[in-house]
Design a protein around this ligand. Sequence first.
Ligand SMILES: Nc1ncnc2c1ncn2[C@@H]1O[C@H](COP(=O)(O)OP(=O)(O)OP(=O)(O)O)[C@@H](O)[C@H]1O
Ligand SMILES: C[C@@](O)(CCO)CC(=O)[O-]
Ligand SMILES: [Mg+2]
Length: 318
Amino acid sequence: MIEVEVPLKLTLFGEHAVVYGEPAIAMAINEKMKIKIVPYHKMILKSNSLSIKGIKVDLEEMKLESEETSKVLSYALSTINFFEKEYGTRKNALIEIESPVDPSVGLGTSAAVIVGIVGGYSRYLGYELTREEIAKISHKIELTVQGLGSRMDTYTTSLGGLIYFPKGGGYEKIRREIRITAGYIRRIATTAEILKRVKSLKEKNPDLFNDLISSIGKTVNKAKIAIEKGDEEEIGELMYVNHGLLMSLGVTLPPIDNLVSTAKILGLKGCKISGGGGGGSTICLEDERARILLSTIGAKIIDSRISQEGVMIKEINQ
Ligand SMILES: Nc1ncnc2c1ncn2[C@@H]1O[C@H](COP(=O)(O)OP(=O)(O)OP(=O)(O)O)[C@@H](O)[C@H]1O
Ligand SMILES: C[C@@](O)(CCO)CC(=O)[O-]
Ligand SMILES: [Mg+2]
């Protein structure tokens, strides 16, 4: 049996802009997606937390009951198919996914599902991939499924820690700790859908869009310096700026906008949405008042402590 644990992630700065080549900063957290892979006479995928509760699909015929099912399973299915296509092998297995959070809430669950199956299923097939190789393959798969997207989520969930993604590619670990209060509410759209909406804004108003995106990029680079200096006042101020720019991109949601502006009036150091937006996750620099504000919008508070560990793969002889 193969057991995999994948950290989920918070986007501290730069979501959406990173898709267009700007920098970003993200952090792996202690909320872990668990994936178990055992030998089985058929290819079966089970998942505990999808919106279609207790889903179980027989992948032999690759028949999916509905449009909704195929959409919801697209990341997992594409990952399994990837190995058949690229490695020319397919070994039947029971793949069980257990997520600590709801799907599609801005915490990188799509990336974690891909990273977990890439890491676990490749080991099940007898390959020993490095975390970097897992990240690279996973980014390719997420991009294929979504049509749009950056390396940020798949690299953060594969590698762990606090990571700066510079303009133009690559990544750099930031050796600092940053304490966050975070929670999530349900979203009105998936990240893939929101990415398409942002792209249409770019097509409608390219110069305005580019100004917004490059302003987010500048905010990210200032935030990197502030994080390295441990300057919480500056980090927090830049979180509010980043949230305002994301609001201009149209990816925030009124309850979260109200929360962020209330937080600023109350004197909390910094808050912003995290991830694709349209609801989902909100992060604040650690503050007890942030938990209270998050609970007023019905947000589920998560374990946002940093996970220095990336994807962990264990082989257990039964
Ligand atoms: N437990 C799960 N089992 C199987 N697939 C899952 C699970 N959780 C999430 N997914 C897949 O990920 C998709 C959600 O991805 P989406 O990118 O919208 O959200 P996210 O990754 O959590 O947020 P963000 O990309 O903003 O960080 C779901 O529609 C489903 O296909
Ligand atoms: C919105 C986005 O920037 C972050 C989603 O968690 C998309 C991506 O980077 O692939
Ligand atoms: Mg995602």
